[in-house]
Design a protein around this ligand. Structure first.
Ligand code: C2E
Ligand code: CA
Ligand code: CA
Ligand code: CA
Length: 276
């Protein structure tokens, strides 16, 4: 730090330096893990609201650090963005997710998260084509999730990329809807198919009727725009009952039905539903 040049290091600065060094170490380890394809994926199913069928599963990246154990994706994805290596992670996840989807029943799609960075570069179009070609997966079984913050920087570029992906029969979902800046009227102008309503909308719907009204209103408007609805983070049976009572969603992704699971569990879960 600057003051070290002046000769003085306070205890606070020691601590800051310690944290800084730790962060640099974590970054170096992440760079190594990504280069070695050492991340792995879990998949969280999205169920039809009545729970009778799995329609899609979201690929969620996992990093188990050799000493520190499991590092949350919120942490290492942000680091990867800062380091400029997120596109390598996206590529890995796309290839792996498409491969795994080929092992599931035909009606189940796979959904992959894209970072804002991925959408600023038309290279993403060839990465997606390569992942589909390499796995043999039909484009109609690939969904891509983008967040509202992806749309801020270069809206024209992002819009063109999304339109191109959609023209190839890929489904586009807006993720964490309701947590960002945009309004539904803005959504209307974007090439989108699915709205994933953020779990913060669901959290208090049982206790607070105003929260339920807000959720129902949001869903109603999204439906008017012709979008399909996924409600995220449904944890309890009470929440599930309310959502179904008001037909407030098409699909549900949440612990009430399933946490993220290894790929092979998707087929097993799906078969178990068929037998019921
Ligand atoms: P997300 O895209 O919103 O993913 C859903 C997160 O909610 C997952 O956390 C999932 O485990 C969690 N979740 C699912 N159901 C419930 C529930 O009922 N209750 C609660 N409290 N949580 C639930 P996870 O796996 O820790 O992922 C966190 C975030 O990391 C993701 O949020 C996504 O933004 C990011 N992420 C994960 N994998 C990738 C990836 O491959 N690429 C990119 N760009 N981002 C990723
Ligand atoms: Ca997501
Ligand atoms: Ca989400
Ligand atoms: Ca998120």
């Amino acid at each position: 730090s600057k003051s070290r040049l002046k000769g003085g290091i306070t205890g606070f600065e020691h601590e800051m330096d310690g944290r800084y060094i730790e962060q640099q170490k974590l970054k170096a380890d992440l760079r190594e893990a990504v280069a070695a394809n050492a991340l792995h994926l879990m998949f969280q199913p999205m169920f039809k609201a009545d729970g009778t069928r799995i329609e899609c599963a979201e690929a969620l990246a996992r990093w188990v650090h050799p000493e520190k154990g499991s590092i949350p994706p919120d942490v290492f994805i942000r680091l990867a963005e800062e380091m400029g290596i997120i596109s390598q992670i996206t590529r890995f996840v796309l290839f792996k997710a498409c491969e795994e989807c080929m092992n599931w029943p035909d009606h189940i799609a796979v959904s992959v998260n894209l970072s804002a960075r991925d959408l600023r570069d038309a290279d993403i179009l060839s990465v997606v084509s390569d992942a589909l070609a390499h796995s043999g997966l039909e484009a109609s079984r690939l969904h891509l999730e983008i967040t509202e913050s992806s749309l801020i920087d270069e809206p024209a570029v992002v819009r063109a990329i999304l339109a191109e992906l959609r023209s190839r029969d890929i489904t586009i979902a807006i993720d964490d809807f309701g947590t960002g800046f945009s309004s539904l009227s803005y959504l209307d102008t974007l090439p989108l198919d699915i709205v994933k309503i953020d779990r913060s909308f669901v959290r208090n719907i049982v206790e607070d009727t105003r929260r339920l009204k807000l959720l129902r209103g949001t869903v109603h408007l999204a439906r008017e725009l012709g979008l399909k609805i996924v409600v995220e983070g449904v944890e309890t049976h009470e929440q599930l009952v309310l959502l179904n009572k008001y037909r407030s969603t098409d699909l549900i992704q949440g612990y009430v039905f399933s946490p993220p699971v290894p790929s092979k569990e998707i087929g097993i879960l799906s078969q178990a539903l068929n037998r019921r």
